[in-house]
Structure formats: structure tokens, C-alpha cells
Ligand binder design. Structure first.
Ligand code: 9MR
Ligand code: ZN
Length: 538
């Protein structure tokens, strides 16, 4: 295991990009050695000063000038050294494939076969029909899709959010996905593997749609399962009542997907568009906010206070795919509401609507220009936050930054940098996006790589039921942990983390600590987006 005072990206660095390690002892200089112990680089550190989020005074070792491909360690005079890291052009390829393949491991309603899952196999799970929560005479088939997270629930808004990130990753970086091989049952078919994986979730989400277009909020058991394999979670599955957020998000993501899948499979694209219009029709007839918290069901709530952002996203995607003015009219009227136009979900999600609109209009469109400048202003503000953090994380050192699932906010901020860059065209923010990835993969105050299987010191005990129950020491690779949480909700985290611990250090690699170390489909998805960017051919 690496020593705890030289922190860097344990996956490594792309040769042409900025490279910095963070040092937490007062070291004036550092050396980099290759695998044979030969010194290949010497440098002096600069003092960054006090870093509020970690509570440490930190020093920066900049080794950007080292561009030679290789495997290295950074060492200090004191004898302390970093984890192993590499410099290579395809440095993020494995991690990228892993975070994508994670969705296959989360598949529900089928078994995982050894030829695709290796040792992480399991028998088919959750194949029984689900009972309507408020009408026990009705049983419906909603099998399929992905488990949401460490629990075995399947939640519609979470699904749409993850799909939104994954499908936009595809729209931004199609070449990266077209050449990717994930070794899943559909590999070798006409669809890029990641789109085939998304299809699994889209088909499930279509099953969650009621005859009238409304979409059930979630399919879960009444309570979370104990730590058993998915096939051993045999409690009755329920379908909880539809919500307007789930309906709007489904309308949005079906429309988005129909545009992407049309190139490969017209029938599926038509099916998606029909489903989208059906949900949109329901929204038009039901303009009010609809969400009931169902008493007695203790699985994830995914409650929200309003649905205007979700409706905005739906209108934008349908405008993008059909060009019809009725969707644009709706979008224009919703834009006047107080919605955050750069928010990328899971709760506030209007930013995906703005992105949709930006990508289907041209520079003469005034609304488009406004949406772009929102992303740029947000990226500038986030860059200032990143500059204030010794580790370069664009997270404020408070509960807005280090909350439950802080790594999602980190990675969504990475997405905002890349979105701003793409439409501004000045490449001002790419380094900031990279810094978020470096933090995720080890350049943070605890020196954890928050992606299982990437780096010398990655998380190994996420709150993920199969990982706990499968009897295999190794964790399933490619799982993005929620990360530090300054105010953990679970007893175990509160027991393990002393009062007053700085927010960036409020973390434990412990499977019990669900508010620190769970995984979910919509924390992996912004990682897929950011990693896709750094896997482009240059
Ligand atoms: O990701 C969600 C986080 O933002 C909330 O603070 C938390 C408490 O409501 O719930 C998280 O979502 C969990 C969901 O409710 C159930 N599946 C696992 C999710 C990740 O922890
Ligand atoms: Zn299952």
C-alpha cells in the first residue's frame, strides 16, 4: 500500500497533460524513479498553503515536463513515496471500460454468465412479477434493467438520470464508444456495446410505463434486502405509484435514445419515440406535480419537491427529435420558471434539457446562446472553487460539496467543464475536468482511488450487496464509490469517523457505511462521460 503523504492519480497521466502530485509534508524537492529505480525527473515543490477541505497544509509537485511513457513512483528525501503510476496515451482505457462494464454486473432479471462476468456470476434474479403497491389484485412484469445501487431496487428517475449521462457521453464521443469492447452478451452485434447496455435499461423503463403513459416511480421490495446475492432476495416486488418526475424523465430519455438508436435500429427508435410521446401526452393532461411517499415502503425515496425541470428536459428532447413547435413552446414557457439550467441530475436535471437544445439548434438561436453562457459561467465559478482546493477538486469545503455522493457532484462538475469547453471552443476547462478525475483516482487527502479495481489503493468494500455476499475477496471492478460525506447519515459512519474530521477525510472503505461508500448507476455515469473524453484519439 502507498504511503499516506504523496497523493496522485493512481491510474496515471496522459503524456501531454498537466501532472501534479499533492504532498502533505514539508518537502522542498522530489524525485521520480522508473521501475528500475533510475531517477528520471527531479523537481522542487511549491507551497499551496492551507487546504480547508482536508485540513492539511499542502505542497505541489509539478512534473508536467515528464512526458516519457513509463511506470513510476514519486519519492521524497524522507524516503516516503507515492503509489505506482503510469504515463501513457491510453492510461484511462481500463478504468473507462471498467466503469462501463459495471452496468453489466448490475443487470437484473437475468443471470450473469461466467464467460462475461468471470468469477462474478449469479443466477437469474428478481424475475417474479411485481404487485401494484396500492392495488394488490394487479401483478405486472417489470423484470430487467439494472439494480440501482448497493440495494436491489430499480428506480425510474435514477435510471433516467444515468441513461441521460451515458447517452450524452455517446453523443459527445461516439468514436470512443464505437471501438469499445466490453465483453457482454450483445458484443459483436451492430450496436456499440455501451448502447446495447443502455438498451437493457431502456427496455425495462418502458415496462415501467403504464397504459396511459404515466411511469411508476420505482420497483422495489417493501424493505431493502439483507446482504444476500440478488437471486436470494425473494421478497415480494412492488410497483410504487407513478410520479410526474418519473413520467417526464422517461419521456425525455426515450426521446433522446430514439434519436441515437435510429442510426442502428429504426424499429427500436420508433418504439422509443412512441413511448416518449405517450408519457408526454400524460404530462399534458396532468399538469400538476405528482409524487406520493408511500408509507410502509422503506426503500429509496427519490422524492423531489417539483417537476418543472423534468418537464423542461422532456420538452427539450422531444423538440430536438421531432422539431415540433409545441415542444419548443412548452420549453420556452418552462424556462421562465426558476430552474437551474446547468443541473445534471438526479434531482434537478434541467441541464440535460439545455444540452439537448444546444445540440439541435445553431448559433443564431438566442436561447441556445443563453444556455451556453450559463454552462460557461458555471464552469468559471467551478474553476475558481477548484483553484482554492489544494487537490483541485471543484467542491466547496462544506455540505454543498461534501454530501452523500460527493463524487457524483465532483464528476458532474467535470462534465460541466467539458460541456462549457465544447461550446465555447477555447479549451479553457479541460485541465479542470482532468483534475476531477485525478481526485477521484487518488489525488485526494486519503489517497483512495474511489473506483474499485483502478490503482494500487482503490476501494474494496463498497456498500454493494453482491460484493458482500459472493464470498469473493476481490470487489467487482469499475464501481464508483459515493465518497466523502461531511455529515454521514448512517450509524456506522458516525461511529468510525471522529467528530470534527475535515470533510474530504470523512470517508471509510466499509461496506456498512452506505452514506459514504455505496455505489449507484448515476455515480458511475458521470465518470463514464469524463473518462470517455480522456479516451479520445488525439
Ligand atoms: O443518492 C441519493 C442521495 O443523494 C440521497 O442523499 C440519499 C438519501 O435520500 O439517497 C441516495 O440514493 C440512494 C437511494 O435512495 C437508494 N438506492 C441507493 C442510493 C444511493 O445511496
Ligand atoms: Zn435483480
Amino acid at each position: 500500500m502507498c504511503k499516506k503523504n504523496v497523493f496522485l492519480d493512481q491510474a496515471g497521466y496522459l503524456p501531454e497533460m498537466t501532472k501534479k502530485a499533492v504532498i502533505t509534508t514539508n518537502a522542498k524537492s522530489f524525485v521520480i524513479t522508473d521501475e528500475n529505480g533510475t531517477v528520471v525527473f527531479k523537481g522542487n515543490t511549491t507551497e499551496f498553503g492551507y487546504d480547508e477541505a482536508s485540513g492539511d497544509t499542502v505542497y505541489i509537485a509539478d512534473f508536467t515536463e515528464l512526458t516519457k511513457v513509463g511506470r513510476y513512483h514519486i519519492s521524497l528525501n524522507s524516503g516516503e513515496s507515492s503509489c505506482l503510476f503510469e504515463i501513457r496515451n491510453d492510461i484511462y482505457e481500463r478504468c473507462f471500460d471498467d466503469v462501463c462494464k459495471a452496468y453489466y454486473y448490475l443487470r437484473c432479471g437475468c443471470g450473469l454468465e461466467e464467460r462475461y462476468a468471470g468469477k462474478f456470476t449469479h443466477a437469474p434474479c428478481h424475475t417474479e412479477k411485481a404487485l401494484l403497491w396500492d392495488d394488490n389484485s394487479i401483478l405486472l412484469d417489470v423484470s430487467g434493467g439494472w439494480h440501482d445501487a448497493g440495494d436491489y431496487g430499480r428506480y425510474s428517475t435514477a435510471a433516467a438520470c444515468a441513461l441521460g449521462h451515458l447517452l450524452y457521453a455517446y453523443k459527445f464521443y461516439p468514436d470512443v464508444f464505437q471501438k469499445q469492447k466490453l465483453s457482454i452478451p450483445e458484443s459483436g452485434d451492430a450496436l456499440p456495446d455501451m448502447l446495447a447496455e443502455c438498451k437493457v435499461e431502456l427496455e425495462w423503463l418502458m415496462k415501467m410505463q403504464r397504459e396511459d403513459g404515466a411511469v411508476y416511480h420505482k420497483a422495489t421490495t417493501a424493505h431493502h434486502a439483507p446482504f444476500v446475492m440478488p437471486e436470494d432476495d425473494t421478497a415480494q416486488m412492488f410497483l410504487l405509484p407513478p410520479s410526474s418526475m418519473a413520467t417526464a424523465d422517461a419521456a425525455a430519455v426515450f426521446a433522446l435514445a430514439s434519436g441515437i438508436f435510429r442510426e442502428f435500429d429504426c424499429d427500436f427508435a420508433d418504439k422509443l419515440l412512441t413511448a416518449s410521446l405517450k408519457s408526454f401526452g400524460w404530462l399534458e393532461h396532468n399538469p400538476g406535480f405528482l409524487f406520493e411517499h408511500s408509507d410502509g415502503c422503506t426503500t429509496g425515496g427519490y422524492g423531489e419537491m417539483r417537476d418543472t425541470d423534468n418537464r423542461f428536459w422532456a420538452a427539450a428532447e422531444l423538440y430536438s427529435v421531432t422539431g415540433q413547435t409545441r415542444f419548443r413552446d412548452m420549453l420556452e414557457s418552462l424556462v421562465k420558471e426558476d430552474i437551474n439550467l446547468t443541473a445534471l441530475g438526479y434531482a434537478d436535471i434541467a441541464g440535460l434539457g439545455a444540452l439537448s437544445y444546444i445540440m439541435c439548434t445553431d448559433e443564431n438561436d438566442a436561447l441556445r446562446r443563453t444556455f451556453i453562457s450559463n454552462f460557461i459561467r458555471n464552469a468559471e465559478a467551478l474553476a475558481a472553487i477548484s483553484d482554492k482546493c489544494g487537490y483541485g477538486a471543484a467542491l466547496t469545503p462544506d455540505m454543498r460539496g461534501y454530501h452523500w455522493g460527493s463524487n457524483m457532484t465532483l464528476l458532474k462538475n467535470g462534465m460541466i467543464f467539458l460541456i462549457a469547453d465544447r461550446f465555447e471552443g477555447k479549451n479553457r476547462f479541460e485541465g479542470y475536468a482532468a483534475a476531477q478525475l485525478h481526485y477521484l483516482l487518488g489525488c485526494n487527502a486519503l489517497g483512495f482511488s474511489y473506483v474499485s479495481g483502478t490503482g494500487e489503493h482503490s476501494i474494496q468494500h463498497p456498500h454493494l450487496r453482491p460484493t458482500s455476499a459472493d464470498g469473493i475477496d476481490e470487489c467487482i471492478p469499475g464501481m464508483v464509490s459515493g465518497g466523502p460525506n461531511g455529515r454521514p447519515s448512517d450509524e456506522d459512519a458516525r461511529r468510525l469517523i471522529p467528530e470534527g474530521t475535515p470533510p474530504m477525510k470523512c470517508f471509510a472503505d466499509d461496506e456498512l457505511c452506505y452514506s459514504l461508500n455505496e455505489i449507484t448507476i448515476y455515480w458511475n455515469s458521470p465518470a463514464v462521460f469524463v473518462l470517455a473524453h480522456f479516451n479520445r484519439e488525439k
